[in-house]
Design a protein around this ligand. Structure first.
Ligand code: IMP
Length: 201
């Protein structure tokens, strides 16, 4: 049996690691940045998801000379002109507090009838000095109060279109059938299959 290629995830978010492992673990030998001895926070100072995703991938790949996949994601709310977007993690402050972020968003949408939003993920593969990005999105609505215990971030107030449950009321498997990160991963998988990318190394 062919040995699986080693892939490092350039993220320090345990929930993202779990979701990506669930989606890619059968194809790749997945490792985290903690196994590389990284203790500081991976910088993300860009103004777009694309910039941050590339920055995270470059930081890990160049520091440790490994093939890595970075994830930058955000929630774009239409009535707020796409906010919090790239600032989703720090929407209510530097502490990156999920409850505070959700409260601030619910407050910002009070009295507004358009509750539509989309989650977006930009994955960036960095391999042998080259970059390739993959984007995934899912549309839905922001609820007026949190529901459910699973997932992370804004999951308890995001209800994907066509469903009557939030992401936090779904199992990880269910969320991974339709969510933004899973869709970006599907594109990454297709790219790997079509190009034979890792087969050449
Ligand atoms: P970053 O990609 O680490 O900069 O942070 C993205 C932020 O967007 C997270 O801290 C969450 O608040 C939010 N986010 C991204 N993906 C998801 C998701 O799948 N569910 C819920 N919130 C998410």
């Amino acid at each position: 049996m062919k040995q699986k290629s080693r892939l490092y995830l350039a993220t320090q978010n345990k929930h993202k690691v779990d979701e990506i492992k669930d989606l890619l673990g059968d194809l790749f030998d997945i490792h985290t940045v903690y196994e590389l001895g990284l203790s500081e926070e991976i910088p993300e100072t860009g103004n777009t998801l694309q910039e941050n995703s590339k920055q995270k991938a470059e930081y890990i790949a160049e520091r440790y000379q490994v093939t890595c996949l970075a994830d930058d994601s955000g929630l774009e709310v239409n009535a707020l002109g796409g906010q919090p977007g790239v600032y989703s993690a720090r929407y209510a402050g530097e502490s990156k507090d999920d409850m505070a972020n959700m409260s601030k968003l619910i407050q910002a949408l009070q009295g507004i009838s358009d509750r539509s939003a989309r989650f977006v993920t930009v994955l960036t593969l960095h391999h042998a000095g080259q970059f390739q990005s993959f984007e995934g999105e899912v549309i839905g609505d922001i609820l007026t109060a949190p529901r459910g215990e699973n997932g992370f971030g804004y999951d308890p107030i995001f209800q994907p279109k066509g469903f009557n449950r939030t992401f936090a009321e779904m199992s990880m498997d269910e969320k991974n059938q339709l969510a933004h990160r899973a869709r970006a991963i599907q594109k990454f998988k297709s790219y790997v299959e079509q190009t034979g990318f890792f087969g050449n190394n």
